[in-house]
Design a protein around this ligand. Structure first.
Ligand SMILES: Cc1ncc(COP(=O)(O)O)c(C=O)c1O
Length: 419
C-alpha cells in the first residue's frame, strides 16, 4: 500500500478544542445538551428540537410518531434515488416503502408523478434535499396538504441551507438533520429532529422517552472513533483508512439493525461549536462549488450554486462506463471523486420484491451516471484543475485544421443538454 495525498469525498473536521469539549461532555454533558437545544431552536426558528444517536434513528422516531397520529396509514413515499438509510428506517419502523421517480437534474421528486404516487395509505412524503439541493417544497406542501399527508423533510445533507428565506428541514411538518460523518457538521454520528407542530412534538416526545441513553463504554468507543477518524480525514493520511476495505468508508447499505438511542452528553460536547463550524464549512464549500461550476460543463451539474448549499458537487457523466472510468482514475490520483448510491431504491435486494414490474428510469440513470466531487477545505487549486481535466470529455470534432490534415480532439465541448 502506498501512502499518498488523498482527498476524502467530504470532510468537516473538528478542532482540538472540540475534542476536548467532547471529553468534558462525559462529565458536564447535560449542560452542553441544554445549550445545544436552545441554540438549535433559536437558529432554525422552531418550537421543538430533539437529538438522537443518528439521522436514521431520528427518521425512525419521527415515523413512529407520525404513525401514532395516523394509525390507518402505512406507506412512506420517498424518492426512488436516495440514501439507503431512508428505506432502512422505514422498514425498521414497521412501515412500507413507496417510491416516486426523480427529476435527474435535481434529484427531487418528479413533479408530474408525485400527486399520482400518493394514495389513501400514504402516511407521509419525504423530500430529500440531496447534496444540499433544495426540493421544491412549495409544490410538495401544496400537493400533500390537499391530500392530508404529512411532509417529513430529510435534511440530513442540508443543515443550514435556506430556500426562500426558510431553513430546509423546517418547512415541512417535521424534519431531521444528520450529524454523521461527511455531513455539513459532524460529531461522528447523531441526528436532530425539528418541528413547529405541538401535536407531532408530543408524539415524538412519547417515542423518545422510551429510548435508552448510550452507556459510558459505548460513548467512549464512539469518542475514540471520532478522534481517530478526525485525524485520518486529512489528505496526508486518508489513503490509509481508504485502503482498508473492512472500514466500508463511503459505502451505503440497507440495514435495519442500527442502534436507536438518545444523543449522548459526549456528542453534545463535540457539537458545542456547531454553528461556527457549520457556517465556516458552508462558505468554503460555496466558494469551491463556484470555482468548479465555472471550470466544468455546468449543464452536467445538478442544481445550481445560487440555491444549493452543496455538500458535494453532483456531476452527471455521459454514461455509466465513463463514470466508472472517472472514479477509478480519481482513486489512483487521490482526487476524492466518488459515485454515490449504487442503485435506485427499487433494486435494493431486501425490498426489490415490492417493486417488481415497476420502473424508475430517472433514478436508474442517476445511479448509473452520477459522480460527486469534494468541496471541503482540503481541496486545493491544483486538485480542482485536475478534476476539471478529468471531467472534461475529449471529443473528436472536425475543425478547419482538417483542411490541413489534422483531426483535433477538443476537450470540453460535450453537449450542454440538460441531463
Ligand atoms: C439523505 C440522507 N438521509 C438520511 C441519512 C441518515 O443519516 P445518518 O447517517 O446520520 O443515520 C443520510 C446519511 O447518510 C442521508 O444522506
Amino acid at each position: 500500500m502506498r501512502i499518498r495525498r488523498t482527498l476524502s469525498p467530504t470532510a468537516a473536521p473538528l478542532g482540538f478544542a472540540d475534542l476536548w469539549r467532547g471529553l468534558k461532555g462525559f462529565f458536564v454533558g447535560e449542560r452542553y445538551l441544554r445549550r445545544l437545544k436552545e441554540e438549535i431552536t433559536g437558529y432554525f426558528g422552531v418550537r421543538h428540537a430533539w437529538f438522537t444517536s443518528s439521522g436514521k434513528a431520528a427518521l425512525y422516531v419521527i415515523l413512529r410518531a407520525l404513525r401514532s397520529l395516523r394509525p390507518d396509514r402505512t406507506e412512506v413515499l420517498i424518492p426512488a434515488y436516495t440514501c439507503f438509510s431512508v428505506p432502512s428506517a422505514i422498514v425498521r419502523a414497521g412501515l412500507e416503502v413507496a417510491l416516486c421517480d426523480v427529476d435527474s437534474s435535481s434529484f427531487d421528486f418528479d413533479g408530474a408523478l408525485l400527486g399520482k404516487s400518493i394514495n389513501e395509505k400514504t402516511l407521509c412524503v419525504v423530500p430529500s434535499h440531496l447534496f444540499g439541493i433544495p426540493s421544491s417544497m412549495e409544490s410538495i406542501m401544496g400537493i400533500c396538504r390537499e391530500r392530508a399527508v404529512f411532509v417529513l423533510e430529510d435534511a440530513a445533507q442540508a443543515m443550514g441551507v435556506r430556500r426562500g428565506g426558510k431553513m430546509l428541514g423546517t418547512i415541512g411538518d417535521v424534519g431531521f438533520f444528520s450529524l454523521g460523518r461527511g455531513k455539513p457538521v459532524t460529531c461522528g454520528s447523531g441526528g436532530i429532529i425539528v418541528t413547529n407542530s405541538d401535536a407531532i412534538g408530543r408524539a415524538v416526545d412519547r417515542e423518545l422517552s422510551s429510548l435508552p441513553l448510550p452507556g459510558k463504554a459505548r460513548q467512549a468507543r464512539e469518542y475514540v472513533k471520532v478522534a481517530v477518524m478526525n485525524l485520518f480525514i486529512r489528505p496526508r493520511l486518508y489513503s490509509l483508512p481508504a485502503s482498508l476495505p473492512f472500514l466500508h468508508l463511503g459505502r451505503t447499505v440497507f440495514d435495519t439493525r442500527f442502534p436507536v438511542m438518545r444523543f449522548s452528553p459526549m456528542q453534545a460536547g463535540l457539537c458545542a461549536t456547531w454553528r461556527r463550524r457549520l457556517e465556516t464549512a458552508a462558505s468554503v464549500r460555496r466558494e469551491q462549488a463556484g470555482m468548479l461550476w465555472r471550470a466544468l460543463d455546468s449543464a452536467r451539474i445538478a442544481g445550481d450554486p445560487l440555491s444549493a448549499g452543496y455538500l458535494r458537487l453532483p456531476f452527471m457523466t455521459e454514461s455509466r462506463e465513463r463514470g466508472q472510468m472517472i472514479c477509478s482514475t480519481a482513486r489512483e490520483r487521490g482526487l476524492g471523486i466518488t459515485r454515490m448510491y449504487p442503485s435506485p431504491i427499487n433494486e435494493i435486494p431486501q425490498i426489490a420484491h415490492r417493486f417488481a414490474g415497476m420502473a424508475f428510469p430517472s433514478a436508474r440513470l442517476v445511479a448509473d451516471r452520477l459522480v460527486t466531487l469534494p468541496l471541503h477545505r482540503y481541496v486545493r487549486d491544483g486538485d480542482r484543475d485536475e478534476m476539471a481535466r478529468l471531467l472534461r470529455p475529449a471529443r473528436r470534432v472536425v475543425t478547419e485544421d482538417r483542411a490541413l490534415g489534422v483531426d483535433m480532439a477538443v476537450p470540453g465541448v460535450a453537449g450542454r443538454e440538460r441531463v
